[in-house]
Design a protein around this ligand. Structure first.
Ligand SMILES: Cc1cc2nc3c(=O)[nH]c(=O)nc-3n(C[C@H](O)[C@H](O)[C@H](O)COP(=O)(O)OP(=O)(O)OC[C@H]3O[C@@H](n4cnc5c(N)ncnc54)[C@H](O)[C@@H]3O)c2cc1C
Length: 292
């Protein structure tokens, strides 16, 4: 029989998790694992109502999103839609309205399924994950959180408490843009076959000064593409083509029921090219609402 514990505050939650309780956020992944008897647990520690883990705020030092923010709350937040439109879009693509109303940011990160929508979107925004245990706090660049399929760098007694994002680029004359695109040909509520997030900054002369690209469902962890060699290039169709080639030569998808590795490598190039074309304003095929 599993006991459900409802701590009154973060300090109590950290004690209970430190004593072997399993963190419970929205329960959408845990309930599936319990139902399939893939998980056995004595004590669940509910985090959903903890005051310290709520809220989305922006300030001169950057943005903070509390770990117990629901994905529906993130998708619908005015602030997130303005500051991080690709993150809000990715949150709004997860599963279905029931899942999004229950699942929390902390659970969406700690679950670490490489097909998940949010990690690539947060990666291109240089998100940092704040982790707490009863012995202290540490921060991890989000890419370092993921170690493998359903595996993270979190210790058993650690909680994700919030995600921090750097301040928006405010240098005059520069244009920042971002986007998220997923390919889910069966149904919009499926996990994506491949997904891609992009964030760019272009200077007054039309050269790319920042280019971040990350993909989901193309390996055991969400994958950031090393784009340093392309900085300084003009934001044009040749750059988009170069990125398509770079993506195809970098991703390492596996064969599964959604398609062969070769097929997914091809799709990864197609959607990365479409998304980057849209984000840079380079003429390309129409993108729809991010769900294809
Ligand atoms: C029907 C269905 C469809 C789905 N479709 C998609 C999809 O299209 N795209 C997608 O991205 N995802 C999809 N998902 C997965 C979904 O994203 C995850 O189930 C969800 O994000 C997990 O969040 P949760 O708050 O429910 O976590 P929980 O189930 O509560 O927890 C998940 C894991 O995280 C740990 N955990 C939770 N919070 C913390 C914390 N603060 N600190 C440390 N550890 C923590 C838990 O101990 C557990 O190991 C789908 C899930 C379902 C059930």
């Amino acid at each position: 029989m599993t006991e459900l514990l409802r701590p009154a505050g973060l300090a109590e939650a950290l004690e209970l998790v430190g004593d072997g309780g399993l963190p419970l956020a929205g329960g959408t992944a845990i309930s599936t694992l319990l139902n399939l008897r893939l998980l056995e647990v004595d004590r669940l520690v509910s985090l959903a109502a903890l005051e310290e883990l709520q809220g989305i705020e922006d300030g001169p030092d950057g943005m903070r999103i509390g770990a117990s923010t629901t994905l529906a709350g993130l998708a619908g937040s005015e602030l997130a839609r303005r500051r991080l439109p690709h993150v809000a879009l990715a949150a709004g693509c997860v599963g279905n309205p029931r899942v999004r109303s229950q699942a929390r940011l902390g659970g969406a990160l700690a679950h670490a399924d490489p097909r998940q929508d949010l990690p690539p979107a947060l990666m291109v925004s240089r998100a940092v994950v704040v982790c707490r245990s009863r012995s202290g706090e540490r921060t991890l660049p989000i890419a370092d959180l993921f170690r493998g399929h359903l595996e993270t760098a979190l210790a058993d007694d650690e909680l994700v408490t919030e995600v921090r994002l750097p301040p928006a680029d405010s240098e005059p004359g520069r244009r920042s843009a971002s986007g998220y695109l997923r390919f889910a040909p069966g149904s919009a509520s499926d996990f994506p076959t491949v997904s891609v997030a992009a964030s760019t900054v272009v200077d007054e002369a039309g050269s790319v000064v920042e280019l971040a690209l990350a993909l989901g469902s193309v390996g055991p962890v969400p994958l950031a593409i090393e784009t340093g060699g392309l900085l300084g290039a003009r934001a044009d169709a040749a750059l988009v083509e170069a990125v398509v080639g770079l993506v195809r030569s970098t991703v390492t998808p596996s064969d599964d029921r959604l398609g062969s590795a070769e097929y997914k490598r091809h799709v990864a190039g197609v959607i990365a090219g479409r998304l980057l074309g849209e984000v840079l304003g380079v003429p390309a095929a129409p993108l729809g609402d991010g769900r294809r």
